[in-house]
Design a protein around this ligand. Sequence first.
Ligand SMILES: Nc1ncnc2c1ncn2[C@@H]1O[C@H](COP(=O)(O)OP(=O)(O)O)[C@@H](O)[C@H]1O
Ligand SMILES: [Mg+2]
Length: 281
Amino acid sequence: MNAIKIENVHKTFHQKQVLNDICIDIEKGEIFGLLGPSGAGKTTLIQILIGQYIPDSGHTFILGKDSLKLAKEDYTQIGLVLDKDGLYDRLSCYDNLQLYASIYQLDSQKIESVLKQVQLYDDRKKAVNQLSKGMKQRLVLARAIMHEPQILFLDEPTSGLDPATTLKIHTLLLELRDRGTAIFLTTHNMEEAAKLCHRVALLNEGKIIECDTPTAICEKHNDLNKVTITTKDHQKYIFNNNKKDAERIYQLFQSENIQSIHSSEPTLGNVFIALTGKELD
Ligand SMILES: Nc1ncnc2c1ncn2[C@@H]1O[C@H](COP(=O)(O)OP(=O)(O)O)[C@@H](O)[C@H]1O
Ligand SMILES: [Mg+2]
């Protein structure tokens, strides 16, 4: 059984098609990245997956169950990090988690262990309104994983965070993946996606234009490769990775005038720009 199954999902808002025939299967223990610029439809798809929005057509399934039929016990298998943090500002970190612990009937030891896991144990008595943005996001993550869900939805989990916090969150996500959690994350950060995700889907104007491992997507668009050659007389030449330019590269080799050669592999970011003509943020 797939952790998440998305079958031919369409969604429109006010006659504007936001999602157009989306199909994705995600396994347990997989980190799947949905990539796309702002307004591409990423959050809408998460809302459909968790049963908050109804698709115009198509179906989505969480652990085999239709998202529109999810019951209270199914939500115990799901952890959510959405854009609104939903934290109580005047309550401490510990007390915020305690509210959730009572819903899931978790004991206080679990609160302490998850606070340690996200490195907030020493700050557990601080009120939320005294936390930095990165600390708040780690608290939201703690709340999302406290009940050990099988599936974690993360909507732009590291957006606007400093590199140190981002790294802490990445490390935690990789640990969760190793324990078999399926992670569905949205991001417009291509480096994040390339580092964390087994597979990514590139979403543009509601359609998936590529879906594969980051390496496979980059290899498929290998024609975006550039070869830069600097000669001993400080001339710089930029060539394409194709037959036409190979002849000219060969001529430079023959002239024994080459100082250095650099090749730039296409990144997910380059591929996205080449396919859509758009930057991601
Ligand atoms: N509840 C809603 N009502 C009307 N339009 C919406 C609603 N939610 C999202 N949209 C529109 O759908 C499009 C995709 O939004 P969203 O899924 O939030 O994109 P992303 O998360 O990729 O930035 C946007 O044009 C947005 O304005
Ligand atoms: Mg969004």
